[in-house]
Design a protein around this ligand. Structure first.
Ligand SMILES: NC(=O)c1ccc[n+]([C@@H]2O[C@H](COP(=O)([O-])OP(=O)(O)OC[C@H]3O[C@@H](n4cnc5c(N)ncnc54)[C@H](OP(=O)(O)O)[C@@H]3O)[C@@H](O)[C@H]2O)c1
Length: 238
């Protein structure tokens, strides 16, 4: 329902998925204000957000506090994430484990989002529907792990899932109408998946993926607090 007082915030707004989520939320008119934050781009004078630097997260939360003065933050989507960059590839074997990569993947995928919750949770409304959606990954499911490999990315997403679940319990004590959950977006054609998305996988465009994610977000309520779901709204094993 459109409400000019409501704010949606997307973290990782420069990413393949994040940029589409911002665009589609802006064109939906469900929110009076849609704010995208990212590390590499700055819009509306927002500070750059580097999830590996707590000072950067603190600065963004302070900036958001000014923009959401009436505790209007009704939707937060965290669509940032890291899998590979030059010189850093997901591991296929124990022999490839590397402390620098493990530290980086945990810092961006799990520790940063946890610190983000620490600094943004005081801005959340104490009553009324509020949704916090962390874009996770099915490979972070321990129960679903049949293939092995990708130690760091899998473990960082499993850690993220535990943080989301734990926070969902604490946040619901402050607002019984909150839904804090983890979502698997499916395989999406972005820079993150590009070197790995094999033929035969259901690879979707960021446009379609964002549309499907927002359809599920639309249906979320407190009954799905602390859940792990995919982009079709189906529950996933932790
Ligand atoms: N694509 C897939 O098939 C797929 C599958 C399963 C799960 N996911 C998950 O979906 C989410 C979105 O990924 P994507 O496919 O859209 O990837 P992407 O296009 O590579 O976008 C990643 C985003 O994360 C941001 N980011 C990276 N390091 C950061 C840092 N230190 N601080 C703040 N932001 C940082 C990037 O910002 P910069 O632009 O500044 O680098 C970018 O906005 C991720 O959580 C990913 O794990 C994706």
């Amino acid at each position: 329902m459109a409400d000019s007082g409501n704010t949606a915030v997307v973290i990782g707004a420069s990413g393949g998925l994040g940029a589409q989520l911002v665009r589609q939320l802006q064109s939906s008119s469900d929110f009076g204000q849609v704010i995208g934050l990212s590390r590499s781009r700055s819009e509306h004078g927002a500070p750059h957000l580097d999830l590996t630097q707590e000072a950067s997260i603190t600065a963004c939360a302070a900036w958001l506090k000014d923009r959401c003065s009436l505790l209007s933050l009704r939707l937060l989507i965290v669509a940032s994430g890291f899998l590979h960059d030059e010189g850093n590839e997901p591991e296929r074997s124990l022999t490839q484990l590397n402390a620098d990569y493990l530290g980086r993947v945990f810092a961006i995928n799990a520790i940063g989002p946890a610190l983000l919750l620490k600094h943004v949770s005081p801005l959340l409304p104490r009553e009324g529907d509020t949704k916090i959606v962390f874009i996770s990954a099915k490979v972070g499911s321990i129960g679903d792990n049949a293939l092995g490999g990708w130690y760091g990315y899998r473990a960082s997403k499993a850690a993220l899932n535990q943080i989301v679940k734990t926070a969902s319990i604490e946040l619901a004590r402050r607002n019984k109408n909150i839904c804090c959950m983890a979502m698997h977006p499916g395989t999406v054609e972005t820079a993150l998946s590009d070197p790995f998305s094999k033929k035969g996988l259901n690879v979707r465009s960021p446009e379609v993926a964002a549309q499907e994610i927002l359809q599920v977000v639309h249906t979320l309520d407190a009954s799905r607090n602390g859940s792990f779901m995919d982009y079709r709204g189906q529950s996933l094993p932790w």
